[in-house]
Write a protein that binds this ligand. Sequence first.
Ligand code: GLA
Length: 379
Amino acid sequence: MNQIELNFEKQFDAPPQAVCFAPGRVNLIGEHTDYNGGHVFPCAINMGIRCAASKRDDSKLRFFSKNFKNSGIAEYSLGDLSPKGCWADYPAGVIRAFNSFGYPIKSGADFYFCGDLPDGAGLSSSAALEVASAAALKELFNIPVTGQESALICQFAENRFIGVNCGIMDQFASAMGKRGHALLLDAGTLEFEYAPLGGAQLVIINSGVKHSLASSAYNDRRRECETAQTALGTSFLCSLTPDEFEERKRLITDRVCRRRAKHVIYENQRALDAATALKKGDLDLFGKLMNESHASLRDDFEVSCRELDFLADFAQKSDGVYGSRMTGGGFGGCTVSLVEKSAVRDFTCAIQASFNAEFGRKPEVYPVTAENGAAVKKD
Ligand code: GLA
């Protein structure tokens, strides 16, 4: 038995019937485009959440997480799945979402989670928790859902149960990632393709500023985008090209909403251009687009912060770095940089030292690889 099976047994007195893993994700480019019907370009990473689970004979649902072990076991019942305002609302919400999608969960179950994704760092620990729960439920109850459908179920849980109006990117990347590849997803149609990442190294740096997606800022941005979209008279912001936006932007009278729309529409184009550049092996162009994405998120979408700007700026000026930007929803969290393999060590030391000199602490650095999406049992 591996560690999680032993831990499950210690907690719940019998070995688990299923063990699954769901990865976190890093988005390379295409930020705040998914809920505007645009393109995103994330990859699943080699950090994530493991889940061990077993069915029960009654209707109790018990959840334990090694990462929140001080909270003990959270208990719900199949008959009453209302949110309790704790971490276990995520897996409980997924169970409710399975019911809503026509896959009734017929008995209670015990769940044990553990993971190495930093919480609130923009690497989708919430989506990984949801997708790991969905993978375990699929396995335990023999539910015939595809990866795409389980991503939609998990997004539904987050929108309706947790109350974060997120798009589909995080859950989709966690469910559908592919080793060595990034995933270009059209979030409007859910059509997707994989692009090989090639030889450069992805380096994630954690600003240590915890974002809180559930806080109103993310939902505010969505509302501002909707205002712009209504003013432009289009069904999705990303159905417009940058040229069409320039012609029609005066229809958006609110200046803030106009800047939000500008970011979204240009960012969608950058994501498409970046995918083309990657396919051609043009990492210089890819990096330049990452840098432009950061500037736009900082100035027009206004979701960066001083620590993220410092990290992106330092990286962009460093030798061997193709490009760097904040990643994920923003308001804290991580940057992602595309770095020449031979430069990774020097870059890591230099950026940690200089961040330390500015902010009085060393940021964590994760050199990650692109990995497969959620799967049953991973040692
Ligand atoms: C969060 C959301 C995603 C996406 C990003 C911003 O990660 O969960 O759906 O909107 O922010 O690109």
